[in-house]
Design a protein around this ligand. Structure first.
Ligand code: 5AD
Ligand code: SF4
Length: 463
């Protein structure tokens, strides 16, 4: 049974909120949060801003005017860590100008011991760090910094408790994230996530349903259920509800929204879940299923626990229920020991499945993971393969986009395109970007657009 934050701890944090508010409120002090990485981090940042607002801070998008600066970091690839360190570095001069400024670092990067040590010793102006499992203790960390207490570098529990009731200050009024579980038990050999987000913990179904009901009632149009492996939802809960049970319950909630699952794992994608998904118009349009590699040998060394045959059977089952489903995937190029032949197999699967969008990544060694100590491929080979990979996928994406020309698609409008007064940008259910001209602002609404022109990364259409 997933443990909730104890009543005593929640009360303590509530007291810190009150104490901080007495010092902060009415002074016009502002809070800025910089978010890197995945949607889980976006969701966490919304709760961070919600908490800081409760403490009396005013959210700002201008870091220069902030009294509290939080960097919510990512550790999935080296590039993300480098960016986080450069942003934290940039904040140094704010503190030099005003020593009262509070700087905190949270998220996956700061949950690694070597990074914590680095932040402690080389970034003297950082007041505190905490991992994703300690977000509910933010009031304590900020209050302590306000009182000029000792710097704090929090170490995460392996199975931190689930915190309900932290208000999210949502950045959008029509797209929303709902975490349904935290952590990961899978230990794919390339991945840092299980080390920085701890073991799997599922939220109670009632709490999730209440959140979705509330979002639907408030007119949210696009809701994403978040978890590292949403297919294993509920395994740790009493009565062991499944993701299919959750989807069936959500399907009873009224509302004009689309629902996404992010992310699924092929080893756990049950037929029950696929059936539940395809029953509801709102969930059947899009499925994201990370493939990672097209070679069974590589999948084995990645510790993925499925083979290509299993992967293809899921796709086949899904397409038999809904031939128009938009399929997206994640693929890693250049995993240690990936041979030319392995790589060719990945290209083969891509040509066979013809994904709509592929999120592709060059393998990045992560300290502390098993693949870190495997023999690495030369950078040059990784980049050569990546270029080839992009050529193949871009062609497929372009062809799939071209097939949409002349057709009408439903999109959710995101606002004006940059630089053009009357052009708006929007996204289809599967995340394809569609631009169109309009005299009326339909931001946050679904509209139908007839596609008139297709490029690889952009579609153009008219209402
Ligand atoms: N290097 C490159 N890509 C990675 N991913 C996870 N870890 C790594 C890594 N070390 C990719 C996987 C995952 C996505 C979120 O990021 O494809 O599905
Ligand atoms: Fe990482 Fe694998 Fe867990 Fe996804 S399922 S978060 S890739 S360990």
């Amino acid at each position: 049974m997933a443990e909730l934050v104890s009543l005593e701890e929640a009360k303590k944090q509530h007291e810190y909120i009150g104490l901080a508010r007495a010092l902060v409120e009415g002074k016009g002090l502002k809070a800025f949060v910089y978010t890197l990485g995945c949607q889980q981090n976006e969701a966490d940042s919304e709760r961070i801003l919600g908490t800081l607002s409760q403490m009396g801070y005013i959210p700002t998008e201008n870091e220069e005017e902030a009294s509290v600066l939080i960097v919510n970091t990512c550790a999935i690839r080296e590039h993300a860590e480098r960016r986080a360190l450069s942003i934290i570095g940039r904040f140094k001069h704010y503190k030099a100008k005003n020593p009262d400024i509070i700087i905190g670092v949270c998220g996956c990067m700061s949950a690694q011991e070597h990074r914590r040590e680095q932040l402690k010793h080389s970034y003297h102006y950082v007041d505190f760090t905490f991992g994703t499992g300690a977000l509910h203790r933010l009031p304590e960390f900020v209050y302590n910094a306000l009182m000029k207490g000792k710097r704090h570098f929090d170490t995460d529990a392996e199975k931190p408790p689930i915190a309900e009731g932290i208000p999210a200050l949502r950045s959008s009024t029509y797209r929303a994230w709902v975490s349904i579980m935290y952590g990961c038990n899978n230990f794919c050999t390339y991945c840092i996530v299980p080390y920085v987000r701890g073991r799997e913990r599922s939220r109670n179904m009632g709490d999730i349903l209440n959140e979705v009901k509330d979002l639907a009632a408030r007119g949210y149009k696009d809701i994403t259920l978040l978890g590292q492996n949403v297919n294993s939802y509920g395994k740790d809960l009493e009565g062991k509800p499944t993701i299919a049970d959750l989807l069936n319950e959500i399907s009873k909630i009224e509302g004009d929204f689309t629902l996404h699952l992010m992310t699924s794992h092929p080893k756990d994608a049950s037929e029950d879940m696929l059936v539940a998904m395809s029953r509801d118009e709102r969930t059947r349009g899009h499925f994201h299923l990370p493939l990672q590699s097209g070679s069974n040998d590589v999948l084995k060394r990645m510790n993925r626990h499925y083979d290509i045959e299993r992967y293809l059977s899921i796709i086949e089952s899904l397409r038999s229920k809904n031939p128009d489903v938009v399929l997206t995937t994640d693929i890693i190029v250049g995993f240690p020991g990936e041979s030319d032949e392995d790589f060719e197999k990945t290209l083969e699967i891509m040509k066979k499945v013809r994904f709509d969008i592929v999120y592709s990544f060059i393998y990045s060694p992560r300290k502390g993971t098993p693949a870190y100590s495997m023999e690495q491929l030369p950078e040059e080979i990784k980049h050569q393969r990546y270029d080839r990979f992009c050529q193949v996928q871009n062609q497929i994406t372009l062809e799939k986009n071209q097939a949409l020309v002349g057709k009408s698609v439903r999109v959710l409008v995101d606002g004006k395109s940059k630089g053009d007064e009357n052009t708006y940008t929007s996204r289809t259910d599967g995340g394809k970007i569609v631009h169109f001209k309009s005299d009326i602002d339909y931001t946050g609404k679904f509209i139908n657009v007839k596609i008139t022109r297709a490029e690889t990364f952009n579609l153009y259409g008219e209402i």
